[in-house]
Design a protein around this ligand. Sequence first.
Ligand code: LLP
Length: 439
Amino acid sequence: MHAYGTARVNKEGHLEVGGVDVVSLAEHYGTPLYIYDVALIRQRARGFKETFQKLGVSSQVAYASKAFSAIGMIQLADQEGLSLDVVSGGELYTAVKAGFPAERIHFHGNNKSREELEMALAHRVGCIVVDNFYELDMLEEVAKERGEKVDILLRVTPGIEAHTHDYILTGQEDSKFGFDLNNGQAEEAFQKAVSKPSLKVLGIHCHIGSQIFETTGFKLAAEKIIQKLADWKEQFGFTAEVLNLGGGFGIRYTEEDEPLQPSEYVEEIIKEVQAKTKEFNLAMPEIWIEPGRSLVGDAGTTIYQTGSSKQVPEVRKYLAIDGGMNDNIRPALYDAKYEAVLANRVNDPVEETVSIAGKCCESGDMLIWDLPLPKAGQGDLLAVFCTGAYGYSMANNYNRIPRPPVVFVENGQAELVIKRESYEDLVKLDLPLKVTVKQ
Ligand code: LLP
């Protein structure tokens, strides 16, 4: 078993996380169940922040709450002094409900509605990351109506797409997000924005991808943006206060993944920005980053109970669990890979290879193919690691399956942060038919 955070095997041979026996958690809260190793989240948050401090660079580390948005999680981010990236009225509402300081909230989105912009301004969020011309005009209107001056970042696409080990350089990025840096759009947006008295351009934002293992893409993006900022300084006398390089730092899901340490990504990126700003004779901006997955991904583990199994002779054995694509759609959607153990018998020898099937009426609802496990009977507990990012946040009710609860564990204590959805919850928005038909 790979050692994630505080996860270990106790003397009963049970998986323990945050000093709490996972078997007892499953008994108490039922399955499926998401558990989060709070100490690991804190360690990651501090790792990012301390790297900036060590290098003496002003920064904001904004938690990309799309990875896992819940009141308890947002409050944890606040405890750790993180800022917050929200991408919708719903994520903003969650942050507000959590009492998160609005001035540290950054509002994202490629199609923000007028209502969402009004809501963001009413709550006085720290900045709006403007994605497109439509939004730029609408935001100006809303800000003018309210008689406010709004801090903005302009989201640009620098022509670098990065994913895991690969990055692609493109003259013009084929992306739905942001103003293209290479074809003049970014410049047009910049000129438009600085001409509006109700908007203040703090700087530039870019996000080049997700689950990235190398720093080359980030460094190339930073370099391209800094070159552009040097142009804008020369042409318009503009000095950026902020350079936001987004999120995307990769994590280890399986042994195939070899990410850097969070601090290594940050250190290399900062050094590149320092070198390039010096080369172009620019003031060092504040550096903002937006990690989502790398803050919460490997801190999350999902516990399932095993149920039916089916042997397809000469082919494979399917072992079904009491969850699946409802609580983790990533294998079905992205062919994402996970590792898992039997949480109640971690040390038992591996006896067979099984494929873990979800319980949805959908052939694609397979969580893990070809997993080596001890012989699992009905009622064993399967712990799937690294489900903390984009697990709960992408959970759904297909087949009207209620979403599992979320429990935080730390220092031997467990705390429920999201309750299990009930059948009643599932029908609470449904209305009975009013139209009757005469028989
Ligand atoms: N900032 C921006 C503007 C983003 O679009 C994203 C992620 C992040 C930050 C955080 O990226 P992270 O550090 O988590 O990689 N559902 C997919 C991931 C989608 C990521 C979308 N944007 C998955 O499950 O892999």
